[in-house]
Design a protein around this ligand. Sequence first.
Ligand code: NAD
Ligand code: LMR
Length: 342
Amino acid sequence: LRDSFVPRAVKQNQRSICCVRPQASSYKVAILGAAGGIGQPLSLLIKMSPLVSALHLYDIANVKGVAADISHCNTPSQVLDFTGASELANCLKGVDVVVIPAGVPRKPGMTRDDLFNINASIVKSLVEAVADNCPEAFIHIISNPVNSTVPIAAEVLKQKGVYDPKKLFGVTTLDVVRANTFVAQKKNLKLIDVDVPVVGGHAGITILPLLSKTKPSVSFTNEEVEELTVRIQNAGTEVVEAKAGAGSATLSMAYAAARFVESSLRALDGDADVYECAFIQSELTELPFFASRVKMGKKGIEAVISADLQGLTEYEAKALEALKPELKASIEKGVAFANKQP
Ligand code: NAD
Ligand code: LMR
């Protein structure tokens, strides 16, 4: 299962998994929003990880049944359920990785920013609890709009005096998963070989696949670049429209989030060559947050891969400039929300 999460091109940059010391199941993972469309399949996938010793499932509703069901899988981790604000602190104590998919999804016709009014408050209150109970944990934010919810989380952690920018991640793995899939289909490549870095943010034109940096090296016509870029940027909407009111991507998102959790656990476990894209506090551009490829280690982000932004094609360079105003506004909206007086 682990191998299937990580394309070979990524693995080639990494020490062979066989060289990593035998895995002990010793990490604790909490999922906040575990009974939802993403939360359920994500919980199942994380239950399959040999690195996890405890899986804490939290939701405001319906989580008891999800935990009972998943707990019957004969994999090492112990599954515990937690419901309601009074049980949140216990859910978070001692946890190494917290994943937050809590919040409402889009319906056709909505932008991710249309979710701000509901999801901003949900993320704010959950991250306050993370700050109080497991400030050292890696925090994975899935709830949309990621371009704003990650800055909200950062402000909350700063207010609580526990912000470590190396450990706060907006999960953009799904953009990479989609880019890899669509490029492999278009160019008839073996999927396992393909790796496309995706930078910027996680909404519309702020999602910028760097097709010129695809591994293995592939050449695209201008038409292919335009078609693939637009498809990757609109892939979330493609799913929202296909689901016709029944939500947004849940299964592919669970797959992508499980890959990001597994990468985080491998980094915590001492694997020296773990690379993923994520939306993080950044100095790569003039924007305070920006998605890019990072090297992950025991203490979180060890390095930002700045080389990906060098030698961009004219198309990519223009797209990068074009995304900045929208991304800046979304970041500022999140920061303002987190700092407004109650
Ligand atoms: P969903 O409605 O199926 O599930 C959300 C869950 O969150 C529900 O079980 C709900 O009870 C729970 N919840 C609500 N408030 C909560 C709170 N305060 N504490 C704990 N749990 C709470 O939605 P979904 O399809 O799972 O999507 C969840 C979020 O993920 C949405 O905001 C969606 O836009 C986002 N998303 C992000 C990506 C990405 O790439 N980052 C991809 C897909 C979806
Ligand atoms: C996605 O990219 O699938 C998610 O951000 C969900 C959405 O609203 O599109």
